[in-house]
Design a protein around this ligand. Structure first.
Ligand SMILES: [Zn+2]
Length: 113
């Protein structure tokens, strides 16, 4: 993270880069980062895996955050979404295949009669 001497755009008092609000005039300096608590992470990872399209949305939201912790959360969320999608596709293909072979063997049984 770069160490810049920031100034409040409204009252021009020096503010720290870590400040979300100006301590002098209360002006919002930047939006609060998304939570990266263990609970939030667990919910995001679980949600990404169980609700694939949501994982992409959350992942992008977290990737857009400035701190690296959030970016990691975003990347994991997107990765889990992709894994979940791949697993869903594999299971679907396997299911369709087993269904097909069942139907085929049934048809062959009927044909034998
Ligand atoms: Zn200010």
């Amino acid at each position: 993270m770069e160490e810049l001497n920031l100034k409040c755009p409204t009252c021009h008092v020096d503010v720290r880069q870590t400040d979300f609000f100006c301590y002098n005039c209360g002006k919002k300096l930047k939006s609060k980062p998304l939570s990266t608590s263990i609970t939030t992470q667990a919910l995001i990872y679980l949600g990404s895996f169980l609700l694939p399209p949501m994982g992409i949305i959350w992942g992008i939201k977290y990737l857009r955050q400035e701190n690296s912790q959030s970016k990691i959360v975003g990347m994991i969320a997107i990765l889990l979404t992709i894994i979940s999608l791949i697993l869903t596709i594999i299971f679907t293909i396997n299911f369709v295949n087993s269904l097909n072979s069942q139907i085929n063997s049934q048809l062959q049984n009927f044909g034998g009669l």
